[in-house]
Design a binder for this molecule. Structure first.
Ligand code: EPZ
Length: 421
């Protein structure tokens, strides 16, 4: 197993190119199932989760030609509609094939994702919405078996909670349904917006893109013909590098970003004393002289993203004063707290709120990554910890950060990937 050895204390400088967004690419790859023709995707991040979902498509019978950032996918040859446990258990986002498989083939079996390090993460809202669209759903042997032999029917869906994956699954299902589907309380994250735009560009009439109410006129089972899609920049990767600049008190530039998508992180970093120069597709962060404490609550877009909570906690550890961080989306997304405390942080948890008392120094230690964003928080802390930090179990990082150690090394960090003896 690989681990990262990081020697803290190095200043960063220069620029880093932000990759395509994993969480935009995953639903877009799933959406290619709605087509029986070749689709080209560009600016894919070179990360494990993308390869896992592409592997699932080939297991279903799809043809995939993948070369780091570009994939040519032809799902005209799909022969199976079963997403097996072997893949879904590796990556929960595989559940995103449920809506498109059911919409295109009228039946499918998708393994239930099971447990997750950051919370329960049920899929009840996805299933309830598909049932409202006329699907028969049964859970048996660890699989969701869904059937809509005459095709799905447009319906009015009111989500009890805003769900990114739920909205994506239902938008994809609705694209081939008979009639119009309305989604109330839809997610409006940039990744959901790009999925909607891809489907709208293929001729499906969608109203309300980028709002909490979507209306999708289905094609009555006619497969879609997609244009080439360039994946949007990864707003969470961008936010993570901004935190790298802030925590090491370095000036760095991020290339290929969408400022609008990272507004919540920029605002919080400004409140912590950082300043920014914005160009059309790049952003330069100038660090705070002393990092001020922060108060933040994770919430749906355009609010502060849960996927940036761990990284901001690492930064708050180095602030002068006490920060308060409340996690509202996932009940267990604080696994990084005890690992940060092993490096010398002073963080107290009470329910869904963490009180972070700033410390003067962190000291290198062995720490263990527990999920994707928790892992990047440990890397951030390690960049400023005195001595050597070994971040173990970095397969979590490899799922979602494209060449993290390569990009950080290029910025001047002392970080190397090593193999456990
Ligand atoms: C997406 O997960 C992202 N994953 C997550 O990123 C991100 O943290 C999350 O959205 C929130 O922004 C991908 O896009 C692949 P949700 P998703 O459905 O879609 C509850 C990362 O680090 N819920 O919006 O699974 C759920 O438990 C990952 O890149 C139900 O109760 O998240 C949570 O509390 C981690 N029932 C809330 O809704 C359901 O049926 C929001 O979850 C569905 C969700």
């Amino acid at each position: 197993m690989d681990y990262l050895e990081i020697v803290g204390g190095k200043k960063l400088s220069g620029s880093v190119k932000i990759s395509g967004a994993k969480n935009a690419a995953l639903p877009i790859i799933a959406a290619t199932i709605l087509s029986d023709k070749e689709v080209t995707l560009t600016n894919l991040p070179n990360v494990v989760d993308i390869r896992t979902l592409l592997k699932l498509l080939t297991m279903l019978g799809g043809e995939v030609e993948h070369n780091e950032t570009v994939a040519h996918i032809n799902n005209g040859s799909i022969t199976s509609t079963k997403a097996v446990y072997e893949i879904v258990s590796q990556m929960r986002a595989s559940i995103l094939v449920l809506g498109p498989l059911l919409a295109r083939f009228g039946e499918c079996e998708v393994s239930l994702p099971g447990g997750c390090a950051i919370g329960q993460r049920p899929i009840d809202l996805h299933l309830k919405a598909l049932e409202a669209m006329g699907a028969n759903i049964e859970i048996k042997g660890g699989y969701v078996r869904a059937e809509a032999k005459e095709g799905l029917i447009g319906a009015k869906i009111i989500f009890d909670k805003i769900t990114v994956g739920g909205t994506e699954n239902i938008v994809m299902a609705a694209a081939l349904a008979h009639g119009t589907t309305t989604i109330i309380n839809a997610a409006k994250e940039p990744e959901v917006v790009q999925l909607c735009e891809m489907i709208a560009d293929a001729g499906v009439k969608i109203e309300g893109i980028g709002t909490n109410e979507l209306s999708i006129e289905g094609t009555c089972w006619k497969p879609l013909d997609f244009q080439t899609v360039e994946i949007i920049p990864d707003r969470i990767e961008a936010g993570t590098y901004l935190c790298a600049g802030a925590i090491t008190q370095s000036t760095i530039t991020l290339e290929k970003v969408n400022h609008q998508h990272i507004r919540a992180s920029i605002d919080k970093l400004e409140s912590m004393g950082c300043t920014f120069e914005l160009e059309e597709e790049s952003i330069t962060i100038h660090p705070a002289e002393t990092i001020k404490p922060v108060s933040l609550i994770t919430i749906e877009y355009p609010g502060f993203p849960t996927d940036m909570q761990a990284q901001f906690m690492a930064l708050a550890v180095m602030a002068e004063g006490e920060s308060l961080i409340e996690e509202r989306l996932f009940e267990n997304r604080f696994m990084h707290v005890s690992e940060l405390n092993r490096l010398g942080a002073d963080i107290w948890l009470k329910g869904s709120t963490a009180a972070v008392k700033g410390v003067e120094k962190l000291y290198g230690a062995d720490v263990m990554a527990t999920d994707l964003r928790a892992s990047s928080a440990l890397v951030l802390a390690a960049l400023v910890a005195e001595g050597i930090t070994n971040v173990r179990r970095i397969y979590h990082l490899d799922r979602g950060y494209d060449d993290l150690e390569g990009k950080l090394s290029k910025l001047g960090a002392d970080i190397v990937r090593k193999k456990e003896a």
